[in-house]
Design a binder for this molecule. Sequence first.
Ligand SMILES: [Zn+2]
Length: 298
Amino acid sequence: MASLRKLIFPLIILFALFACTGKPEAEDRPEQTESYQETPATEIEEEQPQEAPKGKPTTLQSYEYNWSKGDDMPDVVIIIDDFGNSAGQLLDDFGDLPSEFVFAVLPDLAHTKTAANVATRKGHEVIIHIPMEAENSKISPGKKYISKNMDEAELKAALDDFFQQLPMAIAANNHMGSATTANLETMNKVLGHLKKEGLFFIDSATTSHSAVYTAAKQQDIFIAKRDIFLDVPDVSDKSLTKKIQDLGKFKGRKEPIIIITHCHDRAKLEGLQKFVTQIKAMGINVVSLRDAFSKSIS
Ligand SMILES: [Zn+2]
């Protein structure tokens, strides 16, 4: 009985934390997504759990999904973006997630190295979260970033520096980048350099005008593309429920579903844990990039 209580109590606290905040639902339009990604992520907020009203099912628990355990659902890859801004307990707790979760680490930040080391030590795949120019942003993507019209020498120097900072990386994706990823010539150069390094690219899909697919064809390099941003607009029960519902759209697809979320605060970590607990219980596998794309990457 005592052990049962031990199990139930944290669950109640977890559900209390995620009582719906009632924010209006929004489409994952690239512009919104990108401005969301630009939110500075320097402060770690620790929230104190509050006791929940007992016996009331949350939205997430009571929702009826349009797919079920027997359906042919693709595997899921989960990429966590924006590591490098913070270290400490929150980073360690992200590190304690199952090793299939992929860490996308930004270069040139105070904790770039620490984040990459924690990830590696705990068995996570690391990818380079390459800062790229955005179409409509006053916020810089990073100290050094790939701008849409960068000349070859500058671009190579920037990427070489990123490769050096994150030598354990197996792939890369873009941080912001609605302008850069829409530029075919620049993306051709970027993918060409990644290919030489033995890395593949995951298009974070921050613009509907992405040239990444065309560039990948021309460079003959494997790429993948983000399907869902988990934490946009937020990780309320209402939003997470919508994301779980959205998975139904991918029923029967051969390629894995690529989900990106962020490491900015504890609420995002707990939202992710809640989401994953739910989808695993419904029979979906979370897999690493290597396992997801073993046939396509070397
Ligand atoms: Zn990012």
